[in-house]
Design a protein around this ligand. Structure first.
Ligand SMILES: O=C(O)CCC(=O)C(=O)O
Length: 339
């Protein structure tokens, strides 16, 4: 197993681990890590572009298409289009296209969706039952914690913007190689967030005039090979770069009690309800500060920051408080407790 080693910027240490150790050291401690060679089922041999096209058939899928490989959600440099699944897979697996929307070397990306996209999370067994049979969902959480299973299919070179999700996530790379760069939630202030996404698009060559703090964000990196499983804990930022045409499936599950999550969230990326309430309260507090002159707003703004830091920052919590905090958020599944 390749372990992404916290504390070593941009360096990936390599270590062989057993599944039990993966659970104990990664899921339990909530650190990203890669498990090499778990049982993902016959998809590993079967899922060629031809086979996917035959089995997925002419079901329509909504896809992202861009003229450049680096997709930018914040400035929307891509368009949404609809294709049949087999035509999409054919185009995503080729470099130059005879049929295209924007240009002959356009890039494609599929993040599969539920049947009713606004209400239902994606579930491979519902949208692609024949293909779902080939993929064995890793048993790292209790069945009632399952939220969604999502196809991630990308053209070679496709890079997806840095973002976080609010649920725990196993990203299974079935075919093709993919680079994944991760940043800890504790680096949120260095990532220039706009909602759940970072404004820093080019993470390899960032514009440091615009984003000077970005250098402070510690980068964790791995290259996924077919058959690898990456654990991305909730709130960890991730940016993916397909080094080849590739097919992945990611499985989200609820790490917190079910009622912590927004019920109208088919994507698994809306903040937990308590966080949303807290952010709304902050907006109200800021609105209240508007009653004061600018120098007073500045002063009380700084006091509020200090209060927030003292009260919430992980580094400031005592180790007992931290332990209680992590115990209270442990999932009930026996799989997630160290053996
Ligand atoms: O694999 C990808 O292309 C993106 C994966 C991702 O964003 C996720 O698993 O949440």
């Amino acid at each position: 197993m390749y372990m992404i080693q916290p504390g070593a910027a941009a360096i990936l240490s390599v270590a062989r681990r057993l599944k039990g150790q993966f659970i104990a050291e990664s899921l339990f401690l909530r650190r990203p890590a890669v498990l090499r060679g778990p049982c993902l089922g016959p998809c590993l041999e079967k899922w060629t572009a031809e086979y996917l096209g035959q089995k997925g058939g002419d079901k329509e899928v909504k896809i992202h298409v861009s003229a450049v490989p680096q997709m930018d959600f914040l400035h929307k440099n891509f368009v949404y289009k609809t294709l049949t699944f087999n035509e999409f897979v054919k185009r995503a697996s080729e470099i130059k296209h005879s049929d295209f929307f924007l240009c002959e070397d356009e890039s494609y990306y599929l993040r599969s969706l539920g049947e009713d996209v606004r209400k239902e999370p994606a579930d491979l067994s519902k949208q692609f039952p024949d293909l779902a049979e080939d993929f064995h969902i890793p048993h790292f959480f209790a069945p009632d914690q399952f939220f969604s299973s999502v196809f991630r299919i990308s053209s070679c070179g496709l890079q997806l913007w840095t973002h976080y999700d609010v649920m725990d996530n196993l990203l299974a790379q079935v075919t093709g190689m993919k680079r994944v760069v991760l940043y800890s939630p504790q680096d949120a202030l260095h990532l220039y967030l706009s909602g759940d996404k970072s404004e820093v698009l080019d993470i390899d060559s960032p514009d440091l005039q615009r984003f000077p703090e970005f250098v402070k964000a510690k980068r964790y990196e791995c290259v996924l090979e077919p058959g690898d499983l990456l654990f991305i804990p909730a709130l960890w930022f991730h940016n993916t770069l397909a080094l080849q045409f590739g097919v992945g499936v990611n499985v989200f599950w609820r790490h917190l009690p079910a009622d912590s999550y927004d019920k109208k969230d088919p994507y698994g990326n809306k903040d937990p309800v308590a966080a949303t309430r807290a952010l709304q309260a902050l907006e109200r507090a800021l609105h209240t500060l508007d009653e004061l002159p600018a120098d007073y707003r500045d002063f009380y703004g700084r006091r509020m920051i200090q209060r927030i830091q003292k009260r919430t920052y992980f580094d400031n919590l005592s180790s007992t408080a931290r332990q209680e905090d992590s115990d209270s958020t442990l999932p009930s599944s026996p799989f997630t407790k160290p053996g």
